[in-house]
Design a protein around this ligand. Structure first.
Ligand SMILES: N[C@@H](CCC(=O)N[C@@H](CS)C(=O)NCC(=O)O)C(=O)O
Length: 293
């Protein structure tokens, strides 16, 4: 794992700058998706370049190809994301994951931690983009945000994976029941609050969003998280549409990449690689949640 830190004032040796850093992502991956959304919402598209990999991952790992929604690597000409890892550490043998934040100056990976990349975009680039106008990590809510993040990660973001990749009935049921307990708790919480911490979305909302938006299309079927769909929860479904309709967030959601990636890549779960045709869903319908402001 690479966890260097870019700082607004340069004290870490990696100063925030325009045109220096580049983000490698997959639109399929929920962890990468959070960094794509943060970059967008903070208006950092001109400041930090971004390249998406092919959603189809084979035994050579994530690859840069000219396919719809992805492209070759314009920065380093890498064919595989693994090249970024070995360029940084020739002895690297661990998992090659997205997202990756690359430094074009030192020609090394800054970070492959989605938590850290989000946080750096949120707090260290206020001299760029929206000039710090949007605060996704407000001081007054930091403790609450950390608590929410840990719980959402454990039972929801990672909960769906635990259920989906379980190899025993017991492990599957434990993860799946815990997941739906959390969704029930959120359904309740979101009956009186528009977003998790009140009238404005914060980091935790976007961390939750990336799992909710994939839920009915992928996790419900592919990962067997099928007690209920998100569309069956009035508050959660309204909340999901509310977030989806903010600014240009919808443009960061690529259902083609999401569905093909999951149904194609996990041989053990879906050996036929058939991608289901559904669900039919419209996330652009009015959500009516302004009343909670
Ligand atoms: N928590 C990690 C998770 C990243 C991750 O697991 N990404 C997945 C895609 S959703 C990946 O790249 N997997 C490649 C592999 O496991 O070989 C982060 O900090 O970014």
């Amino acid at each position: 794992e690479f966890r260097n830190w870019i700082s607004a004032d340069g004290r870490t040796g990696l100063p925030a700058a325009a045109g220096r850093y580049h983000l490698y992502v997959s639109y399929a991956c929920p962890w990468a998706h959070r960094t794509i959304i943060t970059r967008r919402l903070k208006g950092l598209e001109e400041t930090i370049g971004m390249t998406a990999v092919d959603p189809i991952r084979d035994e050579r790992g994530w690859a840069f190809r000219d396919v719809p929604g992805a492209s070759r690597d314009p920065v380093n000409g890498f064919h595989y994301l693994s090249e970024a890892y070995t360029a940084t550490d020739p002895a690297y043998r661990a998992r090659v994951t997205v997202p990756v934040l690359w430094d074009t100056q030192t020609k090394r990976i800054v970070s492959n931690s989605d938590d850290d990349i989000m946080r750096m975009f949120e707090t260290e680039f206020d001299a760029f983009g929206d000039g710090g106008a949007l605060d996704l990590y407000p001081e007054a809510h930091r403790t609450e945000i950390e608590t929410l993040n840990a719980w959402i990660y454990e039972t929801i973001n990672n909960g769906v994976y635990r259920a989906g990749f379980a190899t025993t009935q017991q492990a599957y049921e434990r993860a799946a029941y815990r997941l739906f307990e959390s969704l029930d708790t959120l359904e309740d919480r979101l009956s009186t609050r528009r977003y998790l911490c009140g009238p404005r979305p914060v980091e935790s909302d976007w961390r939750l969003f990336v799992t909710l938006v994939r839920f009915d299309a992928v996790y419900y079927g592919h990962f067997k998280c099928n007690l209920r769909r998100i569309v069956d929860y009035p508050n959660l479904f309204g909340y999901l549409r509310d977030l989806y309709q903010i600014d240009s967030v919808a443009e960061t959601v690529n259902f083609d990449h999401i569905k093909r990636h999951y149904y194609y890549t996990h041989d053990d779960i879906n050996p036929t690689r058939i991608v289901p045709i559904g669900p039919r869903q419209d996330l652009m319908t009015p959500h009516g949640r302004e009343r909670l402001n």
